[in-house]
Design a protein around this ligand. Structure first.
Ligand code: OAD
Length: 261
């Protein structure tokens, strides 16, 4: 992860006012959020000094291979290994002021869509409605045949693998695993939103995972403006029109406050 540029308070406040002004004059604002927005809810990020993968190593595609060859065993292991550090942090987390401020922006008509890479369900719990979870949602299961989703807690795990009540296909946790294709419905919505956006807000993501990182770049190429909210520099910082070097839980409520006036 690149180093913080340590901006002054005045510089951060100025960037927050610029971001609010851009949002006010835009017609279709789309946000791409990542693990950083949930860091203030106690969920570790993936990368960076404290990141789970920095400490534990990145997952391989073995899990996806196993699911395809032996879904019953995959489910047994998934049930047994349900108490990882990340799973525990997600289980006990609540939305923070950054999530709530994004829901406020949507409610006030300033934010048209959230594309989130997060699997923690916190945007939903904060009250946001128009969300695409491009990497899935940990509290859902998805049919690998017809794509239907259901809440994990409603699924019987007596017989493994669980089967889809709609079509009989094999169900899997909705989280997109390494090697697994992004579900078509999510991908189509993301490309559509990227094509419609005249402002992209990129918040709390290192923007290194594709295709998610591609959407703001696509929008920018078409002439959309780009706001980045991240305490650290990313690969997108260079092309951002406004960079707010602050935590999401500080910056987004401050932007929403300005827009309420
Ligand atoms: P990363 O861990 O790669 O990046 C987190 C970003 O959040 C970094 O740029 C941090 O500087 C920033 N950050 C940290 N604290 C913050 C705060 N309080 N406010 C704002 N920003 C903060 O996480 P992602 O970019 O989300 O996918 O990672 C993308 C994908 O990588 C994940 O969805 C995951 C992984 O592959 C899957 O597991 C499928």
């Amino acid at each position: 992860m690149k180093q913080s540029l340590s901006p002054t308070r005045d510089e951060v406040d100025h960037a927050i006012r610029q971001a609010a002004a851009l949002i006010r004059r835009s017609n279709h604002v789309v946000a791409l959020s990542g693990a950083g927005i949930s860091a203030e809810s106690g969920i570790p990020t993936y990368r960076g000094p404290e990141g789970v993968w920095t400490r534990q190593g990145e997952p391989t595609i073995d899990g996806w291979d196993l699911f395809n060859s032996d879904p019953e065993l995959w489910w047994k292991l998934a049930i047994e290994q349900n108490d990882t550090e990340l799973a525990h942090a997600i289980n006990v987390a609540s939305p923070n002021p950054g999530h709530f401020a994004m829901a406020d922006l949507e409610q006030a008509g300033y934010l048209q869509h959230i594309i989130t890479q997060n699997i923690d369900n916190l945007h939903h719990r904060a009250g946001s409605k128009r969300i695409t979870e491009i990497h899935g949602n940990r509290s859902l299961v998805r049919c690998m045949n017809c794509g239907a989703r259901d809440r994990l807690e409603t699924l019987s795990l007596v017989r493994l693998p669980p089967l889809c009540p709609e079509c009989g296909g094999i169900m899997k946790n909705d989280v997109v695993m390494f090697g697994e294709p992004i579900p078509d419905d999510a991908l189509v919505t993301c490309y559509r939103q990227a094509a419609m956006a005249d402002l992209f807000i990129v918040v709390g993501t290192s923007a290194v995972v594709y295709p998610a990182a591609e959407f703001p770049i696509m929008a920018k190429r078409r002439g959309a403006m780009l706001v980045e909210i991240n305490p650290f520099e990313t690969d997108l910082s260079e092309i951002a029109d406004v960079v707010v070097r602050a935590k999401a839980g500080e910056a987004i409520p401050a932007i929403a406050d300005i827009l309420r006036r």
